[in-house]
Design a binder for this molecule. Structure first.
Ligand SMILES: [Zn+2]
Length: 84
């Protein structure tokens, strides 16, 4: 199944950030999230009985977990790439 990591997602079990990968099963009717750190798995059915709100990357997944801030790389849009 196609799998992608969910940027900024926090594992509801172990609290690790950016360890959740998302994919789908059953022709996309079931959304699967899995933590590569602790093995946590979560399946969300998106069938006919699913609630009106479709689960998306921005859907709140659980109670927010306090995590330490990590540095990010800021790209300067004015900087030219200097690969040479
Ligand atoms: Zn985890």
């Amino acid at each position: 199944m196609p799998v992608r990591f969910i940027a900024g997602a926090v594992c509801p079990k172990c609290g690790a950030m950016d360890t959740l990968k998302a994919g789908s099963e059953d022709d996309g009717r079931v959304m699967v999230r899995e933590c590569v750190d602790c093995g946590y798995q979560d399946r969300i059915s998106q069938g006919v009985n699913s609630p009106r709100e479709v689960a998306t990357r921005v859907t709140p997944q659980s109670v927010p977990v306090e995590v330490p801030a990590s540095p990010i790389k800021i790209l300067d849009p004015n900087a030219k790439t200097e690969d040479s």
